[in-house]
Write a protein that binds this ligand. Structure first.
Ligand code: GLA
Length: 641
């Protein structure tokens, strides 16, 4: 039986329902009519550049950094978009007492010596700016640094008394940010979190009197032992200070909390980029781990707020010039997930092959595509993964990745690309530039650890619009319904099955962390309502609010309902669609087991669509709900405004 659709004509809605301003209520499910993910700063595209840490750890000097900057210029990499030259740990000498001014290491950075004045990094940033670069600096949100807490035997640790060695931002946010951005002219800051993580009163270095205790706000093993609100507040203060001292908005704020402190839920609202994992290492397994920490959260990355799986290790260890297959995979995958492309290699000694790899303009263009859609997983297994990303042109980028140590034959299908089965698909190989065509499916051979990467042009499944799941960069889970944040669970994947890579594969079976997902439920199951499978949708928990950029489309359409994986006694859920803060359409309260209900709204002229789910009374368990086949359409064939 077809259920009655509760829909309010926009004109009537406009009369009957007042606009709800952002401040009217503290209810986070109330529409704001705004896009609330971070847009401050210069991160409309993932930043590209170079950072000293993977190349030199804290053993840095002006000579090494300028040498790399000159190599970036000389090799042509700068012209291809690598523009941030970022200092990491090791630049600081001490915090001068009693005025608290930060002192750089004049021995390693001779240009900081200003006759008759305070040492300053201004000549250093002036030089970089004169070369056409942007300059980045590094700090910590606590009193002490990662090097002091975890790698104190490395060179260039801060010196002096206990107070002089407190080089982090804690208690000095305004003073330091003003110095770094206004006085010294930096354009980028990475703010680490070791000082609020690693210095409890019983730490040996605290007991010995070397550092002051700072009761940890972050426990990387469990969010429950983390003061998420306090951590967020501190990083928020930094964001505001940067905006204060760089009101022109030309800066990038890089949050480095390694995925802890529930940063996946709020980092996107505060910083331009946010780390999702512990440090990358030059090993295959570690690269896979870092990739895995971003692969399932494309909805948490947008222009202005990117997931950061850490800096590139191209050139070193498993990714050195003798392992170009691995290096290419690392690079191509980082581009597919819209990672910042931050080279971590001593470019003074880079081989032509490495420079060519890092300078592959076709792949850089995938990372820098203005639509800002992080690739989603169209197929997932222990061996093969297929990442697909919708480009601004409407074409797709697809990376077919062999994680394993043996060769694999697999099939790429039109369905993976959300393209029509019967129409021809054109592929351009981004390594070789070679073009090819196929219809339906194409057999591909992957060497061990190889990534094939293409752009694909075909006929969209949806002739008159786009599925939200095709453009995660335009969907912000402002409230994702997660009540008890948990760390990402370990990922288990099944090996390839008898049907090869046709279909969606055998996705990993694990608990998931409950965040909003593309084409899956929050607990990583296929979306299903009343026994019916749904494709191309958004899965989220009840009591959530998604902000969607309308992109000039005129109609929103979805099939909604509680997912069959919800607890049988789930309280009913109402689905509501808002346009710029006004209610446009709502379902009646839907029970688990009821068939998917069509829900549509006229969104002509609307900028921000908000998709809200509400339960009248919260269920004990988290309730997965579906915005199945959610799409933005222009049914009259008009072009988006
Ligand atoms: C932490 C960060 C790294 C690097 C080091 C420096 O481990 O995650 O990226 O900045 O500190 O000590």
């Amino acid at each position: 039986m077809k259920r009655r659709l509760h829909r309010i004509a926009p004109a009537i809605a406009a009369l009957a329902l007042a606009h709800v301003p952002a401040s009217a209520s503290a209810d986070p499910l109330d529409p704001t009519g705004r896009w609330t993910a971070n847009e401050r700063g210069d991160a409309a595209l993932p930043p590209m550049g170079w950072n000293s840490w993977n190349a030199f750890t804290s053993d840095i000097s002006e000579e090494k950094i300028m040498g790399s900057a000159e190599a970036i210029l000389r090799s042509g990499l700068a012209a291809k978009g690598y523009r941030y030259i970022n200092l990491d740990d090791g630049w600081w000498l001490k915090r001068r007492q009693p005025d608290g001014r930060m002192m750089p290491r004049t021995a390693q950075f001779p240009s900081t010596i200003v006759p008759g004045g305070d040492p300053s990094l201004r000549p250093f940033t002036d030089r970089l700016h004169a070369m056409g670069f942007k300059a980045g600096i590094y700090s910590d949100i606590g009193r002490n640094s990662c090097g002091q807490v975890y790698t104190s035997t490395m060179p260039n640790q801060p010196e002096g008394s206990v107070a002089e060695r407190e080089v982090g931002l804690y208690g000095h946010i305004d003073q330091d940010i003003r110095l770094y951005f206004q006085d010294w002219g930096f354009d980028f800051i990475k703010v680490d979190g070791c000082g609020i993580r690693g210095l409890p009163a019983d730490h040996p270095e605290v007991r010995s009197g070397r550092y002051r205790a700072l009761p940890p706000l972050v426990d990387s093993d469990t969010v429950a032992r983390t003061d998420v609100a306090a951590v967020r507040r501190l990083y928020g203060e930094v964001a505001d200070a940067i905006q204060r001292y760089r009101p022109d908005g030309h800066y990038i704020f890089s949050i480095c909390l390694w995925g802890s402190a529930d940063v996946r839920a709020w980092g996107k609202d505060v910083g331009g980029i946010s780390r999702t994992s512990e440090d990358i290492a030059p090993s295959w397994a570690r690269m896979l781990h870092n990739l895995d920490t971003v692969a399932r959260r494309p909805l948490y990355a947008h222009p202005g707020s990117w997931n950061d799986p850490d800096m590139l290790f191209v050139g070193t260890g498993d990714f050195d010039e003798h392992h170009l297959t691995e290096a290419r995979s690392h690079f191509a995958l980082w581009a597919m997930v819209n990672a910042p492309l931050s080279i971590g290699y001593d470019l003074r000694h880079a081989s032509p092959a490495l420079l060519e790899l890092l300078g592959n303009e076709r792949i850089i263009a995938i990372d820098q595509d203005p639509a800002g859609n992080q690739a989603t997983l169209a197929f997932d297994s222990d061996e093969v993964q297929i990442f697909v990303k919708t480009l601004a042109s409407g074409d797709k980028a697809v990376a077919v990745f062999n994680r394993g140590s043996g060769p694999v034959d697999m099939k790429l299908t039109a369905a993976h690309l959300a393209f029509a089965d019967a129409a021809e698909i054109g592929l351009t190989d981004l390594w070789s530039g070679v073009q090819s065509r196929f219809t339906g499916e194409k057999e591909l051979h992957l060497a061990s650890r190889e990534t094939l990467i293409f752009t694909a042009r075909g006929t969209r499944l949806l002739a008159d619009g786009v599925y939200l799941s095709e453009q995660p960069g335009s969907v912000n889970p402002a409230v994702d319904g997660v009540r008890t944040p948990q760390p990402d669970p370990l990922v288990h994947r099944a090996p390839l099955q008898w049907q090869g890579t046709r279909g969606k594969g055998d996705f990993p079976r694990y608990g998931g962390w409950g965040g909003a997902r593309v084409d899956r439920t929050p607990f990583d199951q296929p979306q299903r309502i009343a026994g019916q499978w749904l494709g191309n949708g958004i899965g989220v928990l009840a009591n959530s609010r998604l902000e969607v950029r309308s992109g000039g489309y005129r109609q929103f359409r979805a099939r909604v309902g509680i997912d069959d994986s919800a607890a049988p006694d789930a309280a009913p859920v109402t689905f509501l669609v808002y346009g710029d803060g006004r209610l446009l359409a709502r379902s009646r309260p839907l029970r688990r087991g009821e068939p998917a209900q069509p829900l549509s709204a006229d969104i002509a002229g609307v900028r921000i669509v908000e998709l809200v789910t509400r339960q009248a009374s919260a269920s004990a368990a988290d309730i997965p709900v579906n915005w199945g086949e959610a799409a933005l359409l222009r049914p009259d064939g008009s072009r988006p405004d």
